[in-house]
Ligand binder design. Sequence first.
Ligand SMILES: [Zn+2]
Length: 152
Amino acid sequence: MYCPFCRHPDTRVVDSRTSDDGLSIRRRRQCPECGRRFSTTETASLNVIKRNGVVESFSREKIVSGVRKACQGRPVTDTDLAVLAQKVEEAIRATGAAQIDANEIGLAILSPLRELDEVAYLRFASVYQAFDSLEDFDMAISQLRLDHGTTA
Ligand SMILES: [Zn+2]
């Protein structure tokens, strides 16, 4: 990046430090031209655009609370939910996008949730994909059976 003092187009990193929470890196840089030093903070930004247009930063807690409801009465532990939220975050970050639609988060949840618990998956999918008839459930269940390699 440019030196903020003399606009020299190249600066050298002299020190990097990860923050305590591991979510950002602070770098000390030095300009080879004027010799002055300055700091930059690097964070991986990931924003979610909600249906109403509001942008907020991605949060695993929100994934967990969103999925927890669908898991009521199912043999799913808090650890399972934490792992699921982590998988969702990794899948989204792997796309390289800095911001995504809330809709895509729902999509990213479906596959790991299905691996975790199929009943919770059906519940979540019914709300998220707005199932409005028995046929929608029927199709989703048929798809599960198909993927199990069994016939209905
Ligand atoms: Zn400089």
